[in-house]
Design a protein around this ligand. Structure first.
Ligand SMILES: NC(=O)c1ccc[n+]([C@@H]2O[C@H](COP(=O)([O-])OP(=O)(O)OC[C@H]3O[C@@H](n4cnc5c(N)ncnc54)[C@H](OP(=O)(O)O)[C@@H]3O)[C@@H](O)[C@H]2O)c1
Length: 235
């Protein structure tokens, strides 16, 4: 499968599963770090792989990040380096910490901010006066947003494909919940020794031979300038 056709099966996928197709996408250093430490932005991708990233945004209906990424990176979550339609930004923000000056509020499609808080707060009013939509959904026992429920909600609103861009906690949650279908990972030629993308996937495992490793299948790889991009499926 070519990377350009990643989203081709999204319509059928939604029909069969009732939820959008989910692509996990992030950039990491050779040693698997996505930044130096939590809360600190680090730009890893080179120009060519960034263009690919923007092409991937065009082919997905929505782009999703956690509030940790918004607070650290202040991403615009739109398409700038290629021509194409902006995806719908979706933010996981249980405690409604989304900043009123976030750049994502200036995109052509204002963000959908998913929270677990009760609606009609002052903060919600302020965010909505800037165009955002605050949506309160079901939470998990640990107080985070229930991802399976949230994906069904997105499907009901016509979203057929979601590009999950980070950060570490959100990606770990999607993998743990087995709600990720594809991965696209940009490997950049640096050693960082920082925050790893997957956190405690197998807590308590003492012996590696007893671990049931989550399976991923690499389908393709290609050099984009100085970076290597690999993509595939998560079983
Ligand atoms: N290299 C890359 O490609 C890349 C991409 C993105 C980010 N990053 C880096 O990653 C770091 C941010 O990662 P992070 O792990 O701190 O934050 P994150 O994954 O962006 O956001 C995590 C937060 O989202 C909220 N949340 C709500 N429901 C959740 C759920 N079901 N699962 C997980 N989180 C949920 C929680 O905060 P509440 O409880 O407040 O809701 C949680 O703390 C930054 O330093 C950023 O620079 C790197």
């Amino acid at each position: 499968m070519k990377i350009e056709t990643l989203c081709a099966g999204a319509h059928l996928h939604k029909k069969l599963t009732g939820r959008p197709l989910v692509t996990i996408s992030y950039a990491q250093s050779i040693d698997g770090s996505i930044t130096t430490r939590r809360g600190v932005p680090l730009s890893l991708s080179g120009r060519e792989s960034l263009r690919l990233w923007h092409r991937l945004r065009v082919c997905h209906d929505a782009v999703l990040v956690g509030i940790g990424t918004v607070l650290a990176d202040d991403p615009q979550l739109n398409v700038r380096l290629v021509t194409g339609t902006d995806p719908q930004p979706v933010i996981l923000d249980a405690k409604l910490r989304f900043p009123l000056r976030a750049l994502a509020l200036k995109s052509s499609k204002p963000p959908w901010i998913i929270t677990t808080r009760r609606l009609n707060s002052k903060k919600q009013e302020r965010l909505e006066s800037r165009g955002a939509q605050v949506i309160s959904l079901k939470k998990t026992p640990d107080g985070w947003i229930d991802l399976a429920y949230m994906l069904k909600y997105l499907a009901q609103r016509g979203i057929e494909s979601v590009m999950v861009e980070g950060g570490a906690r959100v990606i770990t949650s999607f993998i743990k919940a087995r709600l990720a279908d594809y991965f696209v990972i940009t490997i950049t030629p640096f050693f960082v020794g920082g925050l790893h993308v997957i956190e405690k996937l197998m807590p308590g495992a003492k012996q590696s031979k007893n671990i049931n490793l989550d399976k991923a299948r690499i389908i393709g790889n290609k050099r984009y300038g100085r970076d290597l991009v690999i993509w595939g499926t998560i079983e």
